[in-house]
Design a binder for this molecule. Sequence first.
Ligand code: SAM
Length: 211
Amino acid sequence: MRRIVVFGRTAHASAELRLDDIPSSGGRLDVLLRCLRAGMLVSHGLRRDVVFYLVLGGPERRACALRIEGTSAQFIRPDERSLAATVQKALAAVTDTGLSFKPVKPGLAVSAAGADAVFADLPRGRAYVLDEGGDDIRREPFEGDEATFFVGDHLGFDPDTRARLDALGTRRISVGPQSIHAEDAIAVLSNELDRRAFEVAAPEAQRGQRA
Ligand SMILES: C[S@@+](CC[C@H](N)C(=O)[O-])C[C@H]1O[C@@H](n2cnc3c(N)ncnc32)[C@H](O)[C@@H]1O
């Protein structure tokens, strides 16, 4: 299972979102929605082997977190408005459940404990921080199966989150030398992982195509 966590520093954890103005009414929730699309959706389908977490750490009294599980999620559409409506429904259902996630509908769950809920939910194992200054994933030995990937929003990671990720022993990896948008970094990462998975699954076919 591939797990992707995006930390939204300004995204509002509030259901009072205007679907015709997602960036300002949602505190740049649009950035997180594009990340979700990039990491979770393929052409005409959903990546069933991905669990996606969004941390909405905006200015409200509480931060919230959403969990979308590819194995069981339904009606996850590629356009930002539909994704925003899904997030809005989840936020409207949030109650204090401690560190656990409350199911909202199949494959979608919400927690009022923000990043704490995500860290409590993640299994132990390989964890990487996407970072433009990290080890190049094309040059370094890198295993993407059963791994967690942490991604910053348009502002990057806040110092506390950075320190927390360092304390977890995460490794910083880069998908290229240029600082790119978070959703693009996730798209490139997904492509790199897809290439490796296809290479392992059908090495003969890959070699044949190149000949
Ligand atoms: C727009 S960037 C944040 C830039 C922000 N000014 C900073 O210094 O962190 C958003 C996120 O995308 C990811 N990212 C951007 N470019 C990347 C790259 N070349 N390799 C790996 N991750 C990248 C990182 O997780 C980053 O926090």
